[in-house]
Design a protein around this ligand. Structure first.
Ligand code: FMN
Length: 326
Protein backbone atom coordinates (compact mmCIF):
# COMPACT_ATOMS: atom_id res chain seq x y z
CA UNK A 1 0.00 0.00 0.00
CA UNK A 2 1.89 3.01 -1.35
CA UNK A 3 2.23 5.66 1.35
CA UNK A 4 0.85 3.43 4.11
CA UNK A 5 3.01 0.32 4.01
CA UNK A 6 6.34 1.88 4.91
CA UNK A 7 9.32 0.28 6.67
CA UNK A 8 7.66 0.17 10.13
CA UNK A 9 4.55 -1.71 9.02
CA UNK A 10 6.43 -3.95 6.63
CA UNK A 11 9.00 -4.93 9.25
CA UNK A 12 6.25 -5.60 11.81
CA UNK A 13 4.45 -7.91 9.36
CA UNK A 14 7.71 -9.68 8.50
CA UNK A 15 8.63 -10.14 12.16
CA UNK A 16 5.18 -11.66 12.72
CA UNK A 17 5.81 -14.29 10.04
CA UNK A 18 4.09 -12.63 7.08
CA UNK A 19 5.82 -10.98 4.17
CA UNK A 20 5.26 -7.24 4.31
CA UNK A 21 5.55 -5.32 1.06
CA UNK A 22 6.82 -1.72 0.86
CA UNK A 23 4.50 0.16 -1.50
CA UNK A 24 6.26 2.37 -4.02
CA UNK A 25 4.93 4.74 -6.66
CA UNK A 26 7.02 7.04 -8.90
CA UNK A 27 9.98 6.72 -6.54
CA UNK A 28 13.44 7.55 -7.88
CA UNK A 29 16.23 4.95 -7.40
CA UNK A 30 17.92 6.73 -4.45
CA UNK A 31 14.61 6.78 -2.51
CA UNK A 32 14.16 3.07 -3.21
CA UNK A 33 17.63 2.29 -1.85
CA UNK A 34 16.90 4.34 1.29
CA UNK A 35 13.56 2.59 1.93
CA UNK A 36 15.12 -0.85 1.52
CA UNK A 37 17.97 0.07 3.85
CA UNK A 38 15.51 1.38 6.45
CA UNK A 39 13.32 -1.74 6.25
CA UNK A 40 16.27 -4.12 6.28
CA UNK A 41 17.51 -2.27 9.37
CA UNK A 42 14.27 -3.17 11.16
CA UNK A 43 13.97 -6.83 10.15
CA UNK A 44 16.22 -9.57 8.83
CA UNK A 45 13.22 -11.48 7.54
CA UNK A 46 11.75 -11.62 4.05
CA UNK A 47 9.93 -8.55 2.75
CA UNK A 48 9.00 -7.26 -0.67
CA UNK A 49 9.02 -4.11 -2.77
CA UNK A 50 5.93 -3.24 -4.80
CA UNK A 51 6.11 -1.39 -8.10
CA UNK A 52 3.24 -0.13 -10.27
CA UNK A 53 4.10 -0.49 -13.98
CA UNK A 54 1.20 1.62 -15.24
CA UNK A 55 2.22 4.83 -13.44
CA UNK A 56 5.74 5.04 -14.91
CA UNK A 57 7.38 4.52 -18.29
CA UNK A 58 9.02 1.18 -19.07
CA UNK A 59 12.48 2.77 -18.79
CA UNK A 60 11.72 4.20 -15.33
CA UNK A 61 10.22 0.88 -14.20
CA UNK A 62 13.35 -1.02 -15.26
CA UNK A 63 15.48 1.55 -13.39
CA UNK A 64 13.30 1.01 -10.30
CA UNK A 65 13.78 -2.76 -10.57
CA UNK A 66 17.55 -2.32 -10.92
CA UNK A 67 17.55 -0.10 -7.81
CA UNK A 68 15.77 -2.86 -5.85
CA UNK A 69 18.24 -5.48 -7.09
CA UNK A 70 21.26 -3.31 -6.28
CA UNK A 71 20.23 -2.50 -2.70
CA UNK A 72 22.18 -4.48 -0.11
CA UNK A 73 19.98 -6.37 2.39
CA UNK A 74 20.51 -9.41 4.59
CA UNK A 75 17.46 -10.99 2.95
CA UNK A 76 17.19 -9.45 -0.56
CA UNK A 77 13.60 -8.28 -1.12
CA UNK A 78 11.28 -10.00 -3.53
CA UNK A 79 9.53 -7.83 -6.12
CA UNK A 80 5.80 -7.47 -6.51
CA UNK A 81 4.13 -5.71 -9.40
CA UNK A 82 0.61 -4.30 -9.49
CA UNK A 83 -0.68 -5.23 -12.94
CA UNK A 84 1.22 -6.86 -15.80
CA UNK A 85 4.79 -5.61 -16.09
CA UNK A 86 6.77 -5.81 -19.34
CA UNK A 87 9.16 -8.75 -19.66
CA UNK A 88 12.07 -6.26 -19.49
CA UNK A 89 11.14 -5.48 -15.87
CA UNK A 90 10.86 -9.12 -14.79
CA UNK A 91 13.92 -10.62 -16.50
CA UNK A 92 16.64 -8.75 -14.52
CA UNK A 93 15.06 -9.93 -11.25
CA UNK A 94 14.70 -13.52 -12.43
CA UNK A 95 18.27 -13.53 -13.75
CA UNK A 96 19.54 -13.05 -10.19
CA UNK A 97 17.08 -15.53 -8.70
CA UNK A 98 14.70 -13.00 -7.18
CA UNK A 99 11.07 -14.01 -6.59
CA UNK A 100 8.66 -12.00 -8.78
CA UNK A 101 5.02 -11.81 -7.71
CA UNK A 102 2.53 -10.24 -10.11
CA UNK A 103 -0.96 -9.08 -9.10
CA UNK A 104 -3.51 -9.60 -11.85
CA UNK A 105 -7.30 -9.67 -12.13
CA UNK A 106 -7.96 -12.33 -14.76
CA UNK A 107 -6.85 -15.79 -15.78
CA UNK A 108 -5.84 -14.35 -19.16
CA UNK A 109 -3.39 -11.89 -17.54
CA UNK A 110 -2.23 -14.60 -15.14
CA UNK A 111 -1.12 -16.80 -18.04
CA UNK A 112 0.64 -13.83 -19.63
CA UNK A 113 2.37 -12.92 -16.35
CA UNK A 114 3.73 -16.46 -16.03
CA UNK A 115 4.85 -16.41 -19.67
CA UNK A 116 6.77 -13.21 -18.91
CA UNK A 117 8.50 -14.82 -15.92
CA UNK A 118 6.31 -14.30 -12.82
CA UNK A 119 7.01 -16.92 -10.14
CA UNK A 120 3.86 -16.33 -8.07
CA UNK A 121 0.52 -14.65 -8.70
CA UNK A 122 -1.76 -12.48 -6.61
CA UNK A 123 -5.30 -12.65 -7.92
CA UNK A 124 -7.35 -9.60 -6.95
CA UNK A 125 -11.11 -9.82 -6.60
CA UNK A 126 -13.48 -6.86 -6.80
CA UNK A 127 -13.88 -6.80 -3.00
CA UNK A 128 -10.41 -5.25 -2.79
CA UNK A 129 -9.59 -1.83 -1.44
CA UNK A 130 -7.52 0.42 -3.66
CA UNK A 131 -7.17 0.18 -7.44
CA UNK A 132 -8.98 -2.58 -9.27
CA UNK A 133 -7.87 -5.14 -11.82
CA UNK A 134 -11.11 -7.13 -11.90
CA UNK A 135 -14.88 -7.00 -11.62
CA UNK A 136 -15.19 -10.62 -10.43
CA UNK A 137 -15.33 -11.94 -6.87
CA UNK A 138 -12.09 -13.20 -5.35
CA UNK A 139 -13.24 -16.81 -4.72
CA UNK A 140 -14.34 -17.30 -8.36
CA UNK A 141 -11.04 -16.01 -9.66
CA UNK A 142 -8.99 -18.17 -7.29
CA UNK A 143 -10.87 -21.31 -8.30
CA UNK A 144 -10.49 -20.50 -12.02
CA UNK A 145 -6.80 -19.73 -11.64
CA UNK A 146 -5.94 -22.84 -9.61
CA UNK A 147 -7.60 -24.94 -12.28
CA UNK A 148 -5.80 -23.18 -15.16
CA UNK A 149 -2.32 -22.91 -13.58
CA UNK A 150 -2.10 -25.65 -10.94
CA UNK A 151 1.70 -25.45 -10.60
CA UNK A 152 1.90 -21.70 -9.84
CA UNK A 153 1.46 -20.43 -6.26
CA UNK A 154 -1.76 -18.42 -6.07
CA UNK A 155 -2.24 -15.67 -3.49
CA UNK A 156 -5.81 -14.47 -2.96
CA UNK A 157 -6.56 -10.76 -2.45
CA UNK A 158 -9.76 -8.82 -1.92
CA UNK A 159 -11.94 -8.49 1.16
CA UNK A 160 -9.69 -10.66 3.35
CA UNK A 161 -9.56 -8.92 6.73
CA UNK A 162 -10.77 -11.69 9.07
CA UNK A 163 -9.81 -15.26 9.89
CA UNK A 164 -13.08 -16.39 8.30
CA UNK A 165 -12.29 -14.63 5.02
CA UNK A 166 -8.78 -16.13 5.02
CA UNK A 167 -10.34 -19.56 5.61
CA UNK A 168 -12.69 -19.03 2.65
CA UNK A 169 -9.73 -18.13 0.44
CA UNK A 170 -7.94 -21.31 1.53
CA UNK A 171 -11.07 -23.34 0.82
CA UNK A 172 -11.23 -21.80 -2.66
CA UNK A 173 -7.75 -23.18 -3.29
CA UNK A 174 -5.40 -20.26 -2.53
CA UNK A 175 -1.85 -20.97 -1.36
CA UNK A 176 -1.68 -17.75 0.66
CA UNK A 177 -3.56 -14.48 1.15
CA UNK A 178 -2.68 -10.85 0.67
CA UNK A 179 -4.44 -8.24 2.77
CA UNK A 180 -4.42 -4.46 2.50
CA UNK A 181 -7.46 -3.01 4.25
CA UNK A 182 -6.84 -5.21 7.32
CA UNK A 183 -3.56 -3.33 7.91
CA UNK A 184 -4.74 0.28 7.39
CA UNK A 185 -5.46 0.47 11.12
CA UNK A 186 -2.41 -1.50 12.28
CA UNK A 187 -0.47 0.39 14.96
CA UNK A 188 2.51 0.60 12.59
CA UNK A 189 0.55 1.86 9.55
CA UNK A 190 1.29 5.34 8.19
CA UNK A 191 -2.41 6.05 7.40
CA UNK A 192 -3.81 9.36 8.66
CA UNK A 193 -5.84 9.13 11.90
CA UNK A 194 -9.01 10.57 10.33
CA UNK A 195 -8.82 7.96 7.57
CA UNK A 196 -8.24 5.17 10.12
CA UNK A 197 -11.24 6.30 12.18
CA UNK A 198 -13.44 6.21 9.07
CA UNK A 199 -12.24 2.71 8.12
CA UNK A 200 -12.94 1.44 11.66
CA UNK A 201 -16.46 2.93 11.59
CA UNK A 202 -17.28 1.70 8.07
CA UNK A 203 -19.11 -1.37 6.84
CA UNK A 204 -18.79 -2.83 3.35
CA UNK A 205 -21.83 -0.85 2.10
CA UNK A 206 -19.89 2.35 2.84
CA UNK A 207 -17.38 1.45 0.11
CA UNK A 208 -17.86 2.18 -3.57
CA UNK A 209 -15.93 1.54 -6.78
CA UNK A 210 -15.21 4.97 -8.22
CA UNK A 211 -13.15 6.69 -10.89
CA UNK A 212 -13.01 10.04 -9.11
CA UNK A 213 -9.46 9.83 -7.69
CA UNK A 214 -7.46 9.56 -10.86
CA UNK A 215 -5.06 12.52 -10.64
CA UNK A 216 -1.64 10.85 -10.66
CA UNK A 217 -3.01 7.40 -11.54
CA UNK A 218 -5.56 7.68 -14.37
CA UNK A 219 -7.72 5.00 -15.96
CA UNK A 220 -7.99 2.51 -13.12
CA UNK A 221 -11.18 2.27 -10.98
CA UNK A 222 -10.65 2.09 -7.23
CA UNK A 223 -12.64 1.01 -4.18
CA UNK A 224 -12.82 3.81 -1.61
CA UNK A 225 -15.07 4.93 1.22
CA UNK A 226 -17.99 7.00 -0.04
CA UNK A 227 -17.41 10.71 0.55
CA UNK A 228 -18.45 14.06 -0.89
CA UNK A 229 -16.25 13.49 -3.94
CA UNK A 230 -17.62 10.05 -4.85
CA UNK A 231 -21.22 11.04 -4.16
CA UNK A 232 -21.26 14.35 -6.08
CA UNK A 233 -23.42 14.21 -9.23
CA UNK A 234 -20.52 15.52 -11.34
CA UNK A 235 -16.79 15.42 -10.56
CA UNK A 236 -16.08 18.34 -8.19
CA UNK A 237 -13.51 21.04 -9.05
CA UNK A 238 -9.93 19.78 -8.61
CA UNK A 239 -9.11 22.62 -6.21
CA UNK A 240 -6.30 22.12 -3.70
CA UNK A 241 -7.67 20.66 -0.49
CA UNK A 242 -4.54 19.84 1.46
CA UNK A 243 -0.88 18.97 1.56
CA UNK A 244 1.16 15.83 1.86
CA UNK A 245 4.77 14.73 1.51
CA UNK A 246 5.92 12.61 -1.43
CA UNK A 247 9.53 11.43 -1.78
CA UNK A 248 10.52 13.75 1.07
CA UNK A 249 9.10 16.85 -0.63
CA UNK A 250 5.88 18.81 0.04
CA UNK A 251 3.07 18.11 -2.42
CA UNK A 252 -0.21 20.04 -2.66
CA UNK A 253 -3.15 17.63 -2.88
CA UNK A 254 -5.84 18.49 -5.45
CA UNK A 255 -9.37 17.16 -4.94
CA UNK A 256 -9.42 13.97 -7.01
CA UNK A 257 -5.76 13.11 -6.32
CA UNK A 258 -4.88 9.42 -6.07
CA UNK A 259 -2.65 10.22 -3.06
CA UNK A 260 -3.84 8.44 0.07
CA UNK A 261 -3.92 10.51 3.29
CA UNK A 262 -0.96 9.61 5.50
CA UNK A 263 0.55 10.83 8.76
CA UNK A 264 2.23 13.50 6.61
CA UNK A 265 -1.06 14.81 5.16
CA UNK A 266 -3.11 17.78 6.34
CA UNK A 267 -6.23 19.56 5.12
CA UNK A 268 -9.59 18.10 4.16
CA UNK A 269 -8.68 14.47 4.77
CA UNK A 270 -12.33 13.35 4.52
CA UNK A 271 -12.42 14.46 0.85
CA UNK A 272 -9.26 12.56 -0.14
CA UNK A 273 -8.95 9.03 -1.59
CA UNK A 274 -9.95 6.83 1.36
CA UNK A 275 -9.09 3.45 -0.19
CA UNK A 276 -10.96 0.66 1.58
CA UNK A 277 -12.07 -2.87 0.77
CA UNK A 278 -15.29 -4.63 1.71
CA UNK A 279 -13.39 -6.37 4.54
CA UNK A 280 -13.61 -3.15 6.60
CA UNK A 281 -16.48 -4.82 8.51
CA UNK A 282 -13.78 -6.74 10.38
CA UNK A 283 -11.51 -3.73 10.98
CA UNK A 284 -12.75 -2.21 14.23
CA UNK A 285 -9.71 -1.21 16.24
CA UNK A 286 -6.09 -0.13 16.16
CA UNK A 287 -3.92 -3.15 16.96
CA UNK A 288 -0.39 -4.38 16.27
CA UNK A 289 0.25 -5.85 12.84
CA UNK A 290 1.36 -9.06 14.57
CA UNK A 291 -2.18 -9.62 15.90
CA UNK A 292 -3.64 -9.18 12.39
CA UNK A 293 -1.10 -11.55 10.84
CA UNK A 294 -1.84 -14.15 13.53
CA UNK A 295 -5.60 -13.92 12.93
CA UNK A 296 -5.27 -14.29 9.17
CA UNK A 297 -2.76 -17.15 9.50
CA UNK A 298 -4.95 -19.04 11.97
CA UNK A 299 -8.01 -18.64 9.75
CA UNK A 300 -6.08 -19.66 6.66
CA UNK A 301 -4.76 -22.82 8.34
CA UNK A 302 -8.27 -23.70 9.54
CA UNK A 303 -9.67 -23.26 6.02
CA UNK A 304 -6.95 -25.42 4.56
CA UNK A 305 -7.47 -28.17 7.14
CA UNK A 306 -11.23 -28.11 6.56
CA UNK A 307 -10.72 -28.46 2.79
CA UNK A 308 -8.32 -31.36 3.34
CA UNK A 309 -10.87 -33.30 5.40
CA UNK A 310 -14.02 -32.41 3.42
CA UNK A 311 -14.40 -34.85 0.49
CA UNK A 312 -16.70 -32.38 -1.31
CA UNK A 313 -13.88 -29.85 -1.56
CA UNK A 314 -11.17 -30.41 -4.16
CA UNK A 315 -7.90 -29.46 -2.52
CA UNK A 316 -5.57 -27.31 -4.60
CA UNK A 317 -2.08 -28.68 -5.20
CA UNK A 318 0.28 -27.14 -2.68
CA UNK A 319 3.50 -25.76 -4.10
CA UNK A 320 6.21 -24.51 -1.71
CA UNK A 321 5.96 -20.73 -1.53
CA UNK A 322 9.17 -18.98 -0.60
CA UNK A 323 7.57 -15.64 0.18
CA UNK A 324 4.15 -15.20 1.70
CA UNK A 325 2.38 -11.95 0.97
CA UNK A 326 1.31 -9.69 3.77
C1 FMN B 1 -4.87 1.85 0.96
C2 FMN B 1 -4.51 0.87 -0.11
C3 FMN B 1 -3.44 1.14 -0.93
C4 FMN B 1 -3.05 0.21 -1.91
N1 FMN B 1 -1.95 0.48 -2.66
C5 FMN B 1 -1.47 -0.49 -3.49
C6 FMN B 1 -0.22 -0.32 -4.14
O1 FMN B 1 0.44 0.72 -3.99
N2 FMN B 1 0.23 -1.35 -4.91
C7 FMN B 1 -0.47 -2.52 -5.04
O2 FMN B 1 0.02 -3.45 -5.67
N3 FMN B 1 -1.68 -2.67 -4.48
C8 FMN B 1 -2.17 -1.70 -3.68
N4 FMN B 1 -3.37 -1.90 -3.05
C9 FMN B 1 -4.18 -3.11 -3.38
C10 FMN B 1 -3.66 -4.35 -2.68
O3 FMN B 1 -2.54 -4.85 -3.36
C11 FMN B 1 -4.71 -5.46 -2.63
O4 FMN B 1 -5.17 -5.80 -3.91
C12 FMN B 1 -5.91 -5.11 -1.78
O5 FMN B 1 -5.55 -4.39 -0.63
C13 FMN B 1 -6.62 -6.38 -1.37
O6 FMN B 1 -7.89 -6.12 -0.89
P1 FMN B 1 -8.23 -5.70 0.62
O7 FMN B 1 -7.83 -4.25 0.72
O8 FMN B 1 -9.68 -5.91 0.69
O9 FMN B 1 -7.41 -6.55 1.53
C14 FMN B 1 -3.79 -0.98 -2.08
C15 FMN B 1 -4.89 -1.23 -1.26
C16 FMN B 1 -5.25 -0.34 -0.28
C17 FMN B 1 -6.42 -0.66 0.61
Amino acid sequence: MGGIAGPRLVAAVAEAGGAGIVGLYKHPPQEIAALIAETAGLTGRAFGINLVPEVVSEAVLVDQVRAVLAAPAETPPFISFYGLPPRAAITPARDVGREVIVQIGSVFDAVEAVNRGATQLIIQGHEAGGHHLSRRPMADLVAALVERLPAVPVIAAGGISSGEAAAAAAAAGADAVLAGTAFICASESAAHDVYRAKVMAACSADTVVSDRFEIGWPGRPHRVLRNAVTEAAVPPEPAFIGRTVLFGRPYPVPRGSAAVPTIHSSGRIEEMALYCGTGCDAVTRIEPAAAIVARLATGFAAGRNASATDPTVTAAPVTPVTARAG
